[in-house]
Design a protein around this ligand. Structure first.
Ligand code: MG
Length: 374
């Protein structure tokens, strides 16, 4: 394993855990964080949560779980090549979507509407709430008691009002300081993963067509390369050869540009990272191509009528469930009734709904609203 750079997060320079624990015997602190995340209940739920396509629409589409694994793969490779802490990058990547509601962004928007006046709902904050409080696995503490830098990486963004409530962890938002390079890598790895796998899933579903994608330079450029090298391949194999080149081009660009920025910043410590501008990023040309791809996906995939139908239905399910539970807390499972008694009925309901998988939320909806089902 290559030695860590002086500005990488290490066990030695970490700000540690909120509750002190003995050092792990056969692994590093951030390996332990990753392991705790993998063993958590919230992590297993990701298997049945929507990325773009609802889970039951097909077995081969990405789910939050496979998305998180792809993000972790990219983040780990980039971190290792830049001599950064790949265990930390992996832990952040695997945890970054733990707080997602069922039905992807539609679910989050609906729950956020329900929670207006109650502090709103934001999936980043919910991921943090899960690892800090909601997981019930250890005798000595609530949550997973993760290292400070893992928690910092999970909290990608938050409002100033929220940042003030979060104390130490929120301070960087108020002081406009950057998180670790490992956290910055995860943000970019997330983008690379979803932009590329959404092209793949979009084509697989038939919502996107190859003709449309010819208008996207990153795709067209690499498809032409594939056609020149393998004139006889078509179909899924051609699509895959194209997408793997797109991912490779983005990762290669990210490594070169970030390496250059890191060298220019002459970093001597992790503290220098916090004070510097964002150092992980694409060069100008790739940034433009990436933005072109994103706006293409927004227009042709995320706003496609079939995706919007799913979105509309998801909103209805979340709104219905929320109203039913808030109107009568006795309908909640006992553990959430207890949470409502300690806090607010709205927050306990949001925690319950956010934890649901797509299919569980639909089942709950049937139980509460379908006259033919009890
Ligand atoms: Mg993600």
């Amino acid at each position: 394993m290559p030695e860590l750079a002086a500005y990488a997060v290490s066990d030695a320079c970490s700000r540690g855990r909120a509750i002190a624990e003995p050092r792990p015997k056969a692994r590093g602190e951030f390996q332990r964080d990753r392991d705790r995340i993998v063993h958590s209940t919230a992590f297993r739920r990701l298997e049945y949560k929507t990325q773009v396509f609802v889970n039951h629409e097909g077995d081969l589409f990405r789910t939050r779980l496979t998305h998180s694994i792809e993000v972790a793969q990219i983040a780990r490779s980039v971190a290792r090549t830049l001599q950064l802490n790949d265990d930390l990058a992996e832990a952040i990547a695997l945890a970054h979507d733990l707080g997602h509601t069922p039905f992807g962004h539609a679910g989050q928007d609906a729950l956020n509407e329900c929670m207006q006046g109650q502090g709103g709902f934001e999936h980043n904050l919910q991921s943090l709430r899960i690892v800090d409080r909601l997981e019930e696995r250890y005798g000595a503490f609530d949550g997973l008691n993760l290292m400070f830098e893992t928690r910092e990486g999970i909290l990608k963004h938050c409002s100033s009002a929220r940042a003030r409530e979060l104390g130490d962890l929120g301070r960087r938002f108020l002081e406009h300081r950057q998180p670790s390079l490992e956290a910055q890598i995860c943000n970019l790895a997330d983008e690379i993963a979803y932009n590329n796998h959404d092209v793949d899933d979009g084509l697989r579903s038939g919502v996107l067509t190859l003709e449309q994608l010819q208008g996207v330079s990153l795709f067209a450029r690499h498809a032409a390369e594939v056609d020149a090298e393998f004139p006889c391949i078509a179909g899924r194999r051609r699509v895959h050869e194209t997408i793997r080149r797109m991912i490779d081009a983005q990762v290669t660009d990210l490594l070169a540009e970030s390496g250059r920025r890191i060298a220019d910043a002459a970093l001597a410590s992790l503290d220098d990272v916090h004070r510097a501008p964002p150092l992980i990023g694409f060069a100008v040309a790739m940034d433009a191509e990436n933005r072109e791809l994103k706006s293409f996906l927004r227009e042709h995939l995320y706003r496609h009528f079939e995706v919007l139908r799913m979105t509309a239905k998801a909103r209805r399910v979340i709104h219905d469930l929320f109203s039913a539970f808030v109107a009568d807390a006795r309908l909640l499972p006992p553990q959430y009734q207890a949470m409502a008694a300690e806090g607010t009925i709205q927050r306990a309901t949001a925690d319950y709904i956010a934890g649901m998988t797509d299919r569980y939320s639909m089942k709950e909806h049937r139980r509460l609203f379908a006259v033919s089902e009890f």
